[in-house]
Design a protein around this ligand. Structure first.
Ligand SMILES: Cc1cc2nc3c(=O)[nH]c(=O)nc-3n(C[C@H](O)[C@H](O)[C@H](O)COP(=O)(O)O)c2cc1C
Length: 212
């Protein structure tokens, strides 16, 4: 068994994965250890944005956009300063920082407003493609929304759904002590039976029909 296979086997065991899914779903992680000296290339970033661009959306409105800044540029503080301190301490080693923004279009109540949901789908494509390239891509809700909106001149027609940092994996020792164990700890998941219900809402999920 090579390293790659061993890694997949480990995650499967840790998370109790019962059904065979593509490894891309298992290898993506919200890691924090990044090397501040190795760049994410423009080509890598554009490839990630390309994956995002191909995501599905209600009526194909594609309401998402990304606002970003590169490390050591004047734009970096616009995003970095809006982050909560608990994120800043490790995001400082990232290469690209930014915001997943959606346009709050009005459907006229013909259908549900799904701009935020659409942006979430596109965000997952962003994360998976980043992971496929061996990069760290970490979504974040830990930021001051008002401060960020002000910093980036965001009009009321748009909303920030989450921020992100993108970087090249680095040594765990680069992290503060309190974050080191998290880097390799088990990222647990609910059981299938906890999220799947056949028929009406029952107050608790029930999925005995699907036991492996
Ligand atoms: C919308 C969203 C916001 C998040 N915000 C933060 C954050 O502010 N800081 C942080 O360290 N992790 C954040 N995370 C990462 C989650 O903690 C992480 O996805 C979760 O623990 C599952 O771990 P995994 O992504 O490694 O599988 C966020 C994730 C999502 C999807």
């Amino acid at each position: 068994m090579n390293n790659y296979e061993a890694q997949i086997k480990k995650v499967k065991e840790e998370r109790g994965v019962e059904f065979d899914i593509d490894p891309i779903f298992l290898l993506r992680r919200s890691s924090r250890a990044m090397d501040p000296n190795v760049p994410v290339t423009d080509r890598q970033f554009m490839t990630i944005v390309e994956a995002m661009r191909q995501a599905p959306s209600s009526s194909n409105k594609q309401p998402w956009s990304i606002l970003f800044a590169k490390r050591e540029t004047d734009n970096w503080p616009l995003f970095f300063d809006a982050l909560y301190k608990g994120n800043q301490v490790w995001v400082k080693n990232g290469w690209i920082i930014g915001a997943f923004v959606s346009e709050k279009y009005d459907t006229g109540k013909l259908t549900t407003d799904t701009y935020s949901f659409d942006n979430g789908l596109a965000t997952m494509s962003f994360l998976l493609e980043s992971s496929r390239q061996g990069l760290v891509a970490h979504p974040m809700a830990g930021y001051d929304e008002e401060a960020l909106r002000k910093n980036i001149d965001l009009p009321p027609t748009h909303q920030v759904d989450a921020m992100f940092v993108l970087g090249v994996p680095g040594e765990v020792e680069l992290l503060e002590e309190r974050f080191r164990a998290l880097e390799t700890s088990v990222s647990e998941r609910k059981k299938i039976g906890d999220i799947l219900t056949e028929g009406k809402f029952k107050g608790e999920a029930f999925s005995s029909a699907f036991e492996s």
